[in-house]
Design a protein. Structure first.
Length: 330
C-alpha cells in the first residue's frame, strides 16, 4: 500500500509541475504577441498612425476594426498603406472625419487587402496631387452606410482612383465635392476614375457634385463600371459617365443633372462597350434638376463612333440599347 501511495504522490506532483510549466508558457506567449488593434478607438492622428503601423506589421490573414471618433488630420501616403500584408480586412467605422493636409492619399489599398469604410468621411484638400483613395490591383474598397469621400478640390487626381482594383458602393455612400484640374485628358475625373482593368460596382449611393474634364465617373484603359442602382448626378465638366476604352453596363439607377461643355451630358462613349438594360438616363427635361445637358449634342447620351450616335430624349426604365430606335439622333 505504501508503494502505491508513493507512486500516486509522484504522479500527482509531476502533473502539477507540467500544468505550472504550461501556464508559464502561455503567459510568455501572451506577453510576446503583437499589439492588437481590433476594436481600437481612433481619436487623433497619433492613434491613427499607431494602428496603421500595427496592421503593417501584423502579418497575413488578420481582421481589424478601427473606430473613428472626432475629426483629425492624418498623414497621407504615396506607398502601399499596409505594405505587403495579404488576406487582411480592415473595418474603418464610426462617425468622424479623417482629413489630409499634404500631397498623397489617405488610403492606398494593395493586393489581398480589403477595406470596409462605414459612416466615416475621408476628406482631401485643395491642390492635392493624389486621389483621396487609390485601389491597386487585387485590392478592394467597400463603402457602406454614410461613408463619404470628399474635399479633394483643385486637385490633379479627384476623389477615388480604382487603379486595377475594385470599388463597391452601397447604402448611402457618396463621392461628392471633388474637383479635378484639367492638366491632361487621361486622368481627369473629378469623382471616380476606373483604369487598368479595375471594376466599380454601384449598388446604391451617389456620385455627385464633382467637377472634372470627364465629370463624375471616368472609365478608361479596360476599366468596368456596373451600375445596379444609386445615382450619378449633378457632376460637371464633361458627362456624368465618360467611357473611353472600357465597359459600362447599366442595370438600374439614375443618371441626372449632369452638364457637359460639349457632347454627352449624361453618358459619353468612345471606343467602348455600352449596354443599358434598365435605369433612367435623363435627357432634355423641363425640370433642370433632372435634365442632363450637353453644350453641343446628346443631352442623354453621345456615342463617338463613325457615324456618331446620340440621344437627346430621356432613356427611361424600359428604353434600352436592345431597342432598334435607341439611338434617335434627335
Amino acid at each position: 500500500m505504501k508503494k502505491i501511495f508513493l507512486r500516486l504522490t509522484v504522479y500527482v506532483s509531476l502533473i502539477a509541475v507540467i500544468i505550472l510549466i504550461a501556464g508559464c508558457d502561455d503567459n510568455v506567449k501572451k506577453d510576446s504577441k503583437e499589439p492588437d488593434v481590433s476594436g481600437i478607438e481612433i481619436k487623433d492622428a497619433s492613434e491613427w498612425e499607431t494602428a496603421v503601423n500595427d496592421i503593417k506589421n501584423g502579418g497575413d490573414g488578420e481582421v481589424y476594426t478601427l473606430k473613428i471618433s472626432g475629426s483629425f488630420t492624418a498623414p497621407s501616403t504615396k506607398e502601399n498603406m499596409f505594405r505587403t500584408a495579404k488576406n487582411i480586412t480592415i473595418n474603418i467605422q464610426g462617425s468622424g472625419t479623417v482629413s489630409s493636409a499634404i500631397n498623397g492619399s489617405l488610403l492606398r489599398i494593395g493586393e489581398g487587402q480589403t477595406v470596409i469604410l462605414k459612416n466615416v468621411a475621408l476628406q482631401g484638400h485643395s491642390g492635392n496631387d493624389s486621389p483621396v483613395i487609390e485601389i491597386l490591383s487585387g485590392g478592394l474598397l467597400q463603402m457602406e452606410g454614410n461613408a463619404k469621400v470628399t474635399g479633394n478640390t483643385n486637385s490633379t487626381a479627384g476623389g477615388i482612383h480604382v487603379n486595377g482594383g475594385m470599388l463597391i458602393m452601397q447604402e448611402k455612400a457618396s463621392v461628392t465635392g471633388n474637383t479635378k484640374l484639367v492638366t491632361f485628358r487621361e486622368q481627369a475625373s473629378g469623382g471616380i476614375m476606373v483604369s487598368n482593368g479595375g471594376t466599380f460596382w454601384l449598388y446604391n449611393g451617389t456620385v455627385s457634385e464633382n467637377d472634372g474634364h470627364e465629370g463624375g465617373v471616368f472609365i478608361i484603359s479596360g476599366g468596368t463600371f456596373i451600375m445596379e442602382g444609386g445615382s450619378v448626378s449633378d457632376n460637371s465638366g464633361s458627362s456624368g459617365v465618360f467611357v473611353g476604352n472600357g465597359t459600362f453596363t447599366m442595370k438600374d439607377g439614375v443618371i441626372s443633372g449632369n452638364t457637359a461643355d460639349e457632347n454627352g451630358g449624361g453618358v459619353y462613349i468612345l471606343r467602348s462597350t455600352f449596354d443599358k438594360l434598365g435605369g433612367i438616363i435623363y435627357g432634355n427635361e423641363k425640370d433642370p434638376k433632372l435634365s442632363n445637358a450637353a453644350g453641343v449634342q446628346g443631352h442623354a447620351l453621345y456615342w463617338d463612333t463613325s457615324p456618331v450616335k446620340w440621344r437627346n430624349e430621356t432613356a427611361g426604365l424600359t428604353v434600352n440599347t436592345l431597342d432598334p430606335d435607341f439611338w434617335k439622333n434627335d
